[in-house]
Design a protein around this ligand. Structure first.
Ligand code: GDP
Length: 309
C-alpha cells in the first residue's frame, strides 16, 4: 500500500511543528515528498518539476491556520493547485461536448491502438443515445447516434465496432476493409445527413506507436469530417509515455478534449496531469470499466485526490 501524501508529509513535518508560516526552509523536505508522490503516481518528470515550482511559489509565506499543521496546509495548497491544473480552472463546462451545431455533430476519436477508442466510441454513443450528457447544467436529451469505423487495417476492428454498436443500441454504418478511410468518412457523413443523425462518432485506426502515416491519415479525416469534437483517447496505464503520445497527437490535430481510459486499473492517474499540461485541452471523460456503461465525466478534484493517494 502506498502512503498517501498526508501520511508522507505527516512523517517529515514533525520537525517543523509550531511554525506559523510555510517558508522555503520548512517546506523543502515536504516538497521532496510531493515530488516523489507525483512521480509514483506516474506524472511525467518535466510536468512534476513545473508543478512543484508552482506549488512552492503559491505556498511560500502562507499563514498556517492555527488548527492546521504545516503539512496539512501544504496538502491543501497541493490539492488546490492540482485540481486547477487538471482543469478545475476551466470551470464546470469544460468537460462538456459541443454538440450545438447543425447536425450531424461529428466526434472524431484519435489515439494509439489499444488505448480504448472503439470501446469509448461505444460508451459515448450509448451515453448520448440515452440522454446522459449534461450541457450547461441540463441533460441534453436523447440523441440519434451513429458510429462508423475507418480502421481498414485491423480486420477485426470494423466487426468489433459493429458488436459494440449493437450493445449500445445505436446505428452502425457499414464499412469494408477494402475501402479507403477517406471514402468511408465521406459516405458516412452523407448517410448521417440523410438519416437525420444528431451525432456521428468516427472511430479511427491506431498504431502501436506514433506513426507518420497514421497521423497524416487522421489529419485528412479531420479535414473531410470537420468534427466539432476531436477526442484524444489515452490509456491511464501508459503512465510516463502518455506525455509523448499526447504531444504527438496534440501537434497533429486540433484536439478539443481528452478521454482517459482504464482508470479501473491500478494507475494512479498521473497521466491525467501530464496530458492536460502537454495538450492544454480539457479532460472530458474517464473510462472505468470494459463495459459500455463504464464512462464517467471527468472531475478535476476527484482526480487530484486519486493522484495524491
Ligand atoms: P482501440 O484499439 O483503441 O480501439 O482499443 P479498444 O477499444 O479495442 O480497447 C482495448 C482494450 O482495452 C479492450 O480489451 C477493452 O475492453 C479495454 N478497455 C477499453 N477501455 C477500458 C476501460 O476503461 N477499462 C478497462 N478495464 N478496459 C478498457
Amino acid at each position: 500500500m502506498l502512503e498517501n501524501l498526508s501520511q508522507r508529509l505527516g512523517r517529515v513535518v514533525k520537525t517543523i511543528r509550531g511554525q506559523a508560516r510555510l517558508t522555503e526552509a520548512n517546506t523543502q523536505e515536504m516538497m521532496r515528498e510531493v515530488r516523489l508522490a507525483l512521480l509514483e503516481a506516474d506524472v511525467a518528470l518535466p510536468v512534476v518539476k513545473t508543478f512543484v515550482e508552482q506549488v512552492k511559489q503559491k505556498a511560500m509565506g502562507q499563514e498556517v491556520a492555527a488548527s492546521l499543521s504545516p503539512g496539512q496546509a501544504l496538502v491543501g495548497v497541493v490539492n488546490r493547485e492540482l485540481t486547477d491544473l487538471m482543469g478545475g480552472d476551466l470551470g464546470p463546462e469544460a468537460g462538456e461536448l459541443s454538440l450545438a451545431v447543425q447536425p450531424p455533430a461529428v466526434i472524431l476519436m484519435a489515439g494509439l491502438q489499444g488505448a480504448g477508442k472503439t470501446t469509448t466510441t461505444g460508451k459515448l454513443a450509448r451515453w448520448l443515445a440515452q440522454g446522459n450528457h449534461v450541457q450547461q447544467g441540463r441533460k441534453s436529451g436523447k440523441k440519434k447516434v451513429a458510429v462508423v469505423s475507418t480502421d481498414v487495417y485491423r480486420p477485426a476492428a470494423i466487426e468489433q465496432l459493429k458488436t459494440v454498436a449493437k450493445q449500445a443500441d445505436v446505428d452502425w454504418i457499414a464499412s469494408e476493409s477494402n475501402q479507403k478511410p477517406a471514402d468511408i468518412a465521406r459516405a458516412a457523413l452523407e448517410h448521417a445527413k440523410r438519416q437525420h443523425i444528431d451525432v456521428l462518432i468516427v472511430d479511427t485506426a491506431g498504431r502501436l506507436g506514433i506513426d507518420e502515416v497514421m497521423m497524416q491519415e487522421i489529419q485528412m479525416l479531420h479535414q473531410i469530417l470537420n468534427p466539432v469534437e476531436t477526442l484524444f483517447v489515452v490509456d491511464a496505464m501508459q503512465g510516463q509515455d502518455a506525455v509523448n503520445t499526447a504531444r504527438a497527437f496534440g501537434e497533429a490535430l486540433p484536439l478539443t478534449g481528452v478521454v482517459l481510459t482504464k482508470l479501473d486499473g491500478d494507475a494512479r492517474g498521473g497521466a491525467a496531469l501530464s496530458v492536460r499540461q502537454v495538450t492544454g485541452k480539457p479532460l472530458k471523460f474517464v473510462g472505468v470499466s470494459e463495459k459500455l456503461d463504464g464512462l464517467e465525466p471527468f472531475y478535476p478534484d476527484r482526480m487530484a485526490q486519486r493522484v495524491l493517494g
